[in-house]
Each structure stands twice: as structure tokens, then as C-alpha cells.
Design a protein around this ligand. Sequence first.
Ligand SMILES: *Cc1c(COP(=O)(O)O)cnc(C)c1O
Length: 358
Amino acid sequence: MSRLIRAVIDIQALRHNLNVIRARAGRAKVIAVVKANAYGHGLVGAALSLRGADAYAVARLEEGLALRAAGLSKRIVLLEGVFTAAQLEDAADERLDLVVHDACQIELLERAGNADRFALWLKLDTGMHRLGFAPREFAAALARIRALSPAPRELRLMTHLACANERNERITGEQLLRFRDATRGLDYETSIANSAGVFGNFAPGCQWVRPGLALYGASPFEDVSAAQLGLKPVMTLTSSVIAVRRVPRGECVGYGSDWTAARDSQVAIVAAGYGDGVHRSLGAGSPVLVNGQRAALAGRISMDMLAVDVTGFTAVQVGSPAVLWGEGLPVEEVARRAGTIAYELLCSVSQRVPLEPR
Ligand SMILES: *Cc1c(COP(=O)(O)O)cnc(C)c1O
């Protein structure tokens, strides 16, 4: 019996994508975003493969500590910063850069009196209204940071774009304008662009970019494929056929007997289900590659299995490979079928699925 479900991680593709981003980002330094287990690709493995990046970014303290514990010594930015004095100490001990987006975080720094142990990224909210200081609060926040004694070791400014992936040039343009207004005359390095910012039509002209999704070989845009951007898929979620059934015309397949064979059919059962992170919202007709050929899902996805209509396919047998997404089947396409985005599919590959570097 051949291997069941696993996520094959193409290290060369990861490095290739980093190079494509670098070429695109000009002289900007690249912060490789590896939050959420490197978008499902394995935090430490991905970070090690991305040693060519200038820095890493994660969302939470624990992710930063895990990278340090694995021996990574590069700059690590905590995108949500820290929220308690104990976390602040851990961040200092492990030399983690902090994003400062809320007054309570400035207060922590004031109380601790050790800002010289930190490189800080002060975040301006230019319109996403998630994290950051509003433009009218920004000058005061900056003044408090500058008044810290001892002074922070380094200080940079950043913001985050809400609509770069949707090519909403009006909103993105407005955000860039607000950033420029608030930071005019200030002599700090800046960071704005996520993946969509790197590949979009805007050139924010910052010293640092923060790509995530593009590193993993998916396109942030609806209307441009990853291949068109020169990116290669990194994760291929692959499993095997564990049974091949003949289903007579008029018989049904799966829970709820949702799918009815319109003809005498051949159905392959694949060892992959929502327990592995294959979204149950993928309906009948969604693509699966069986033996490298596109086939269509038949019926509802179960926890550990799904059924694929392989009528007329030759040579499908127990052990035949079945690809859920990745090489030959872009995760973006599968995500659209599931009514979601590539980010969510990649992140939701579950713990029981082994990651296999290739
Ligand atoms: C997740 C994140 C990124 C990376 O975004 P992608 O769209 O995956 O490139 C960049 N910056 C911040 C603040 C983020 O939270």
C-alpha cells in the first residue's frame, strides 16, 4: 500500500519564490512572513529554507520563541507585539522586534524602562482599522516612543493595506497618501507592502516588504495566476486511492446520498477528508487530480475520505496518487470552489497530515 495523505513541501519552489519577490521588490529588504505555521508549511522548516530572507515575521510571541529555539538568529518581527510585562521580558531576552500598535503597549515599554533592548515598528492605521494608531493619534504615539528613556535601539514605521489584493486603487491610494502625510519629514525606515503590495501596481518605495502568501507560491489576486507572477506552488497535498468502486446508474455515493450516478460509474475513494483540512464546502464537481488527470468530486467529503468520479479513467487502482491541490492544481482554484481563499486552505491542513520536504 502506498502512502496516504501528506503535504509535500517543495523547498526549491520556496527559494525560487523568494528570489522572484526579491527581484520584484528592488532594493527593499524582505521580511518573510511565517505566521500560522508558515501558512501551514511548517514554521521551522520553512524558516530554515528561507534563510535567504532578511528577516522573519510572525503574529505571536510563541511563534517567535519557537524560531529562536530552533536556532534561527535573524531578525524576527512580532506583528501583534506583546501585551504583558512577562511577554515583554521574553521578547527582550530573545531579541524579538515588536510592532507597537496600541497605547497599552507603549505603557508597557514606559513601565519596563528597558526600551534600549528593542527594535520597534510603530504601526499607523491608514484605513484598514484593524491594528495601529489613527493618523490623529500617531504624532502623540511617536512622541511617547521618542520620549522613552533609554531610547529604543531601533525604530521603524509601518502600515498594512486592506485592498491591495483586490486592486482597489482608490482605497490603496488613499492609504498610501495617509501614510505619506503622517510620516512626512520623519527620517525612519518604513514598511507597507504585503504580497499584493509587492506585485501590485503601486511602488510604495519602502525599505522593507512583508510577503507571506507569494512565498508559498499562491497569487494574492483573483485575476492573475501565480504562474503569471512567476511563482511556483510550494505545498502539494497528496494522498492515495484506497478503493475503486463500480456504482451502477441511479445509485448514490456518500453521506446524505447527495450524489447520484447519472451513468454506470467508476468511483475512486481517496484517503483525504475534512479531518485533514480538506474543506467540506468543496462540492460535487470540484477538481481532484487522480493519476495526474483532472477528475470531479462525487458526493460529500467525509472526515477521512472523499469520493471522486473516475468513470472512463484507465489504470485507476488502489494506490493511485490523488492530488487535492498543489502541482498541477492551483490551491487558488480549489479555494474558489470552496468559497474561500488560498490562505485559509493552506492554514487549515491539520496536525495529522505529515509535512514532507522534497
Ligand atoms: C499576514 C501579514 C502579511 C503578509 O500578507 P500576505 O498577504 O500573505 O503577503 C504582511 N503584513 C502583515 C501585518 C500581516 O499580518
